[in-house]
Write a protein that binds this ligand. Sequence first.
Ligand SMILES: C[S@@+](CC[C@H](N)C(=O)[O-])C[C@H]1O[C@@H](n2cnc3c(N)ncnc32)[C@H](O)[C@@H]1O
Length: 243
Amino acid sequence: MSERRHSRHRSVAEALLVDRLSAQLARWQGERGLADYTVTDLGGGTGTLAMSLAEAGHRVTVVDPSLDALASLQRRTAERGLVDRLRGIQGDAGNLVELLGADSTDVMVCHRTLEVIDDPATALAAMATTVRPGGVLSVVVPQRRAAVISQALQGHIGSALQAIDDPSRFDLDELVEMITAAGFEVGEVEGIGVLSQHVPPAMIESETGLADQLYELESRLSTDPAFRAIASWAHVVAERVVA
Ligand SMILES: C[S@@+](CC[C@H](N)C(=O)[O-])C[C@H]1O[C@@H](n2cnc3c(N)ncnc32)[C@H](O)[C@@H]1O
C-alpha cells in the first residue's frame, strides 16, 4: 500500500471509503456481468468522488442544488477531460425522479448529504424509485455517537450533551431501518473513521509508515460492530429489491 493513498489532501478515512466503495461496486458489476454502469451522485457537490468514478469509465450524473458547486464541478470536469462521462444537474432530493426518471440509474451515491435533507425517509424513497431494480445504493452519514465522543474529548461537554439528540446525526440501526423501509436490501455496513480523526494530522505526516498503519487499523475496525458504531461515518451499501 502506498503513502500516496492518504496524503495531506486525502485523509486515511476518505481513502478507505473510496477503496471500499470501488471494491464493492467492482464485485457487484462482476456479478451482474456489466461492461460499465451509470451513477447518480445526489449531493455530489464539486464532484470529487464522481470524478474518480468517471475516470474509472462510468457515466456519472451529479445532482446538487448548489450552483457554485456545479460551476466548480464543470471546471474540474473540463480540466480532467471527463466532459463526455460526467455531467452536473441542478436539483435536489425533492425533484430527483422528475429530473432523471424512474429506474434510470444503476448506482445511486448519497454521501454526507442525507443529514442536510429535511426528510431523509422521503429522499431515500426517491432514490429507490430512481435506481433500477437490482441496482446499488451507497449512503454515508455522520454518526451520533462519534459526535458525542469527539465533543467530549475536546472538553465541550455541553456540545456532547446536545449531540446526543442532534437530529442531523444518525445511528447505524436507524439508518439501516430507513434504507430497508425505502425498498433496498442492505448488504455491507461499515464504520469509516473509527479512530483516525483522533490522531493529529501532524503526527501522521511526521512518521513514515504511520498513515499506512492507520489505514490498516481503520480497515480492520470498520466492520467490527462495536467499533463501527462509534466511527465518524456510517457507510451502508444496499441493493434495490427486485419486485
Ligand atoms: C457536505 S456536502 C457533501 C458533498 C459530497 N457528497 C461529499 O461526500 O464530499 C453536502 C452536499 O449536499 C448538497 N445538498 C444540500 N441540500 C440538498 C438536498 N436537499 N438534496 C440534495 N443535495 C443537497 C449541498 O449542496 C452539498 O453539495
